[in-house]
Design a protein around this ligand. Structure first.
Ligand code: SF4
Length: 257
C-alpha cells in the first residue's frame, strides 16, 4: 500500500522554525555546550579507567542537569506552548529508546532505593513481554512472506506496546517519574503541544498528536554520540529500550563495586 505523505500542521511548522532560531541563541546554546563538555570529561575518564568512577557518575549528573537547562531555555526562547505537566503520565506507557549508559545509570538509581529491586523485576518482566511481542510479529511477517525491515517491525511492536498501556516500570503510583533525575534523554525531550487527552494511546486522535521536535540538530546528535561512545568504551551492548536496558544491566559489574 502506498504511504500517504505526513502533513505537518501549521503550528508544528511555525514551532520548527522558532525552535531552530532559538537553538542559535548563545544564551540557549551555552547549556548544550556545557552538557557536551561534561560528557567529553566522562568519556575521557571511562576511556582511561575502563570503568565508571564516582567522578564519572558526577560528570554524567552534571551533563543531564545541563541538558534540562538547555531544554528549558529552548522551550522558553521558542515560546513552545508545552501542555505536559506533573502527574500527566500518559506518555509513560512507552518503551522509550535509551543509550546503554542511560540504562546503567537508571539501574544504579533504582538499586539505591528500597523499592528498586521490585522495579527492576518489573522491567525484566516487561522486557520479556516486549521481546515476545516482537518475535511474534517477526514470525508473522515471515509466515506471510512480507518483506518488512526489522526496524519497521520494531516500530509496530512499539505501537502495540503503547496501545496495551503497560506503565513504565519506573512510573510512581502518584503518576510521576520515580527516578526523575536519572530518566533518559528520550523522556526529557518528549513534549506535546496538544490536548493532553490525546496522549492516551486509546484516544482516537492519538496518531495525530502534535509533538514538536526539540531534539533534531547536529549538535544535539553530537551529544548523543558521546553517550553512545561512553557505552562503547565500557563494552556495553546497545539496547533498544528502557525495559531491555534495565533488564540487561541491573547486575552489571559496574553496579557491584
Ligand atoms: S523513565 Fe520516567 S519519564 Fe520516562 S517513561 Fe519511565 S516513568 Fe516516564
Amino acid at each position: 500500500m502506498k504511504r500517504l505523505p505526513v502533513v505537518e500542521s501549521q503550528l508544528l511548522t511555525e514551532l520548527r522554525e522558532r525552535i531552530a532560531s532559538a537553538r542559535a541563541q548563545p544564551e540557549v546554546a551555552q547549556h548544550l555546550e556545557r552538557a557536551i563538555a561534561q560528557l567529553d570529561e566522562a568519556l575521557a575518564q571511562v576511556q582511561r579507567a575502563r570503568r565508571v568512577s564516582a567522578a564519572t557518575w558526577r560528570a554524567l549528573d552534571r551533563a543531564y542537569e545541563a541538558v534540562d537547562r538547555y531544554l528549558d531555555a529552548l522551550v522558553r526562547a521558542a515560546e513552545v506552548p508545552v501542555r505536559c505537566g506533573p502527574g500527566c503520565s500518559a506518555c509513560c506507557t512507552e518503551a522509550p529508546p535509551v543509550h546503554a549508559i542511560e540504562g546503567l545509570r537508571l539501574a544504579r538509581a533504582l538499586l539505591a532505593r528500597d523499592d528498586g529491586r521490585d522495579r527492576v523485576q518489573r522491567a525484566v518482566e516487561q522486557a520479556r513481554s516486549f521481546q515476545t511481542l516482537l518475535l511474534d510479529r517477526m514470525s508473522l511477517a515471515g509466515a506471510g512472506g512480507r518483506a518488512k525491515t526489522r526496524s519497521a517491525m520494531y516500530r509496530e511492536t512499539q505501537k502495540a506496546w503503547r496501545r496495551a498501556r503497560n506503565n513504565c516500570p519506573i512510573l510512581g503510583e502518584d503518576g510521576r517519574c520515580s527516578a526523575y533525575a536519572a530518566r533518559p534523554l528520550a523522556c526529557r525531550v518528549y513534549v506535546s503541544v496538544d490536548e493532553p487527552a490525546k496522549c492516551d494511546p486509546r484516544h482516537p486522535g492519538f496518531d495525530t498528536l502534535q509533538r514538536p521536535a526539540l531534539w533534531a540538530s547536529p549538535r544535539e546528535r553530537a551529544l548523543e554520540q558521546r553517550l553512545a561512545a561512553i557505552g562503547a568504551a565500557l563494552g556495553l551492548s546497545p539496547t533498544p529500550n528502557l525495559q531491555w536496558a534495565v533488564a540487561q544491566l541491573h547486575d552489571h559489574a559496574e553496579l557491584r563495586r
